[in-house]
Write a protein that binds this ligand. Sequence first.
Ligand SMILES: [Zn+2]
Length: 280
Amino acid sequence: MKIIDAHQHFWDPSRGDYSWMPQDSKILNRKYDLEDLTKDSKSIELYKTVLVQAAATNAETEYMLNIAESSDLISGVVGWINFEDPNQLEQLKNFTKNPKFVGVRPMIQDIPDKNWVLNKDFDIIFKTIIDLDLCFDALGFPIHLENFYIIASKYTSLRFIIDHLMKPKICNNNQEEFIQWKKGMYKLSKLENVYCKFSGMVTEASEKWTDQDLKPYVDEILNIFTDKKIMWGSDWPVCNLRTNYLGWYNTATNLTEKLSLAEKENIFYNNAKSFYKLKI
Ligand SMILES: [Zn+2]
């Protein structure tokens, strides 16, 4: 089965703008490039990827677009603009000159104000994203579920994708938290423009995680978003904190083994292609 990885990163810590990166992490704090990805994914049929921003700067988006220009494997780039600066609308338009630029992702998980996304001044930005036919990657935690619902239901033609199932704290194994997450995800799943990335789960699980720890969450999204609105992503190299590229891929295929081939093709290929409008 041909695969599109809807969410991977490259970075080079010497660029100096990855403020979230723990200096002492041997796994994260090193360069990851195309050669590493090719090596780590060599036993699966990885056809294309979407490269996602990992720094809150325009420079990092340019860095990613440069890599994408010289690589057939990278079919889309999700970049970053400063929503708080109205001058960045021009920057956003400039990025779209590169056909591989497909969307933006503010780093909402790192912003202390949980209501940041509701800022009324962002109206023009959301409208411009829609006008430019771009996507919005929603990176947050379960505390952001309600706000994401407000935005996604206000801008019904905004192609809106939830990153990493909203990063539920799988390691907490807390039933009440699970029910809250499930309720918020259910509401979002009912909006036609909202999709869900099947990614980033292992880093929310405990160090001794098993497939069974992830299963209730995966079953839930399969049930509510269905194979029509879910897309697989590796979140490599972040996934290396708990497993490796192949380990997460194998877990993802185990947890979707009951699906038909057509349903699997939607999750591992078709949905990423159509959602991001990848030119492949
Ligand atoms: Zn990521």
